[in-house]
Design a binder for this molecule. Structure first.
Ligand SMILES: [Zn+2]
Length: 455
């Protein structure tokens, strides 16, 4: 209750924001008008009517945001951050051509600690500027990107790769796993990171390494994430070569469960959906990457009806080609309606949940982040609705999903720290990041031109 005794000193907090609207994404889906959010020691200290906050709270930083909406920071649950440097390098190709003729050779040539560090920094800068506070990265040399992530302030889930064949990072499945487990050990007590085992896909990993990954995940209480059912072709090949659909194989191996995140999940039949739902497996939907590679459609509406936790990811910028979670949300909401033939599928608030609390749930962090509630980490963003493109405004939830672009993200706080302030990155050097990207572009373009000539 507000304290009407004016002799009582107001409680001091770090930051107090008076916002036009707060989309809480709490269990009651509350959207609050003219409320304030207070942050203290990295946590959400209070959410209350502005009129009360003005009497009971004082702060080092007070922000008046009458035409802005606050919402939880976006959680991008699948991507390959450093692949930002391959953005626009090979477009308009099907998955296998894109992967085998363009991406794998480029990775063989370029991927190393310096490439990964620089590319990841560009990706983080882009993600912060679109309101992402927690991202998932499945890429090589994760140990070399820890420093960049730490300095930027963003939270990261590292899915440590594993394949049957060698890459620049590791010479075989056992080394991949050893490196993944070493990183998990290194970061186990750090709130900024989640380390997850990230075997690449059912068609690049055989049963024996899968069994080792699953045993290690269960022994060390780690999560797993894997590309699964990315295309109908993957399913057909598996049936031809193994007499089994990929989801059925994972079920038999014991990989499905509440600790498993399956990315893509197109070409699912009813039996696949039942196994996913019964096991509590999370699905990471990447609609724009699926659309661009003509991979197929994830039946989001059916999965949600079956009770599956469906989350959202952009995938890498080489197949998307941006890391814009607001855009991804809108695509997901529209595509779910088209695929199910039902305009009521994936309504706006459910799309926001996919991009926030569902991602937190998949990482077993729903009590820490993913919604704006007292006691949770102060991970939140402000969207500016003052321009004419946001008028009129009947429903902020609809506006966020169907009529907002990433250029309206004005502020981002993570752990109570401002990481974007009036669209300026506070922890990263934007001109230096752009410079480095241009230098890499010249080197990669030259190599591409030469290698094409030789082919
Ligand atoms: Zn991917």
């Amino acid at each position: 209750m507000p304290n009407s005794d004016t002799t009582t000193a107001p409680t001091r907090v770090d930051t107090l924001i008076h916002a036009g609207w707060i989309i809480t994404v709490d269990a009651d889906k509350r959207v609050l008008h003219d409320h304030a959010l207070a942050m203290k020691n990295g946590l959400i200290h209070a959410i209350l009517p502005s009129s009360e906050a003005r009497q009971t709270l004082s702060a080092d930083t007070v922000l008046e945001m009458p035409e802005q909406v606050l919402m939880p920071g976006l959680i991008n649950l699948h991507g390959h951050a450093a692949m930002c440097y391959f953005r626009g390098m090979a477009d308009d190709q099907p998955l296998m051509t894109w992967l085998q003729e363009h991406i794998f050779p480029a990775e063989g040539k370029w991927v190393g600690p310096e490439f990964v560090r620089d590319g990841t920094e560009l990706a983080i800068a882009e993600m912060l500027r679109c309101g992402t506070t927690f991202y998932s990265d499945n890429y090589f040399f994760p140990e070399d990107t820890v420093g960049v992530v730490r300095a930027s302030g963003i939270r990261a889930q590292f899915c440590t790769p594993l394949l049957d064949f060698p890459t620049n990072w590791a010479d075989g499945p056992d080394t991949y796993l050893e490196k993944g487990l070493a990183l998990a050990e290194q970061l186990k007590d750090d709130d900024q990171f989640v380390v997850t085992l990230g075997p690449h896909a059912p068609y690049t990993v055989s049963d024996a390494p899968f069994r080792k990954v699953i045993a290690a995940a269960r022994e060390h209480n780690l999560l797993m994430q894997m590309h699964t059912h990315e295309t109908q072709g993957e399913v057909d090949d598996s049936v031809r070569d193994r007499g089994q659909r990929p989801v059925a194989r994972l079920q038999e191996l014991g990989m499905l469960g509440s600790d498993m995140q399956c990315v893509h999940m197109t070409a699912l039949n009813d039996e696949d959906i039942r196994m996913i739902a019964d096991s509590g497996t999370t699905v990471v939907h990447c609609p724009e990457s699926n659309l661009k590679l003509a991979s197929g459609f994830c039946p989001v509406h059916k999965l949600q009806q079956a009770g599956v936790n469906v989350t959202l990811g952009t995938d890498g910028a080489a197949s998307n080609n941006d890391l814009d979670m607001l855009g991804e949300m809108r695509t997901a909401a529209q595509l779910a309606k088209a695929v199910s033939g039902d305009a009521e599928a994936l309504p706006a608030h459910a799309a926001i949940e996919m991009a926030t609390i569902n991602g937190a749930r998949a990482m077993r962090l729903a009590d820490k982040t993913g919604s704006l509630e007292v006691g949770k980490w102060a991970d939140l963003i402000a969207l500016d609705f003052s321009e004419l493109e946001s008028q009129p405004l009947y429903d902020p939830v609809s506006q966020v999903v169907y009529a907002t672009t990433r250029h309206q993200v004005s502020h981002v706080w993570i752990n109570g720290q401002a990481r974007l302030w009036e669209r300026e990155l506070t922890s990263l050097d934007e001109p230096a990041i752009k410079d480095r990207a241009r230098q890499w572009q010249v080197r990669i373009a030259d190599w591409k031109a030469t290698s094409k000539g030789e082919a």
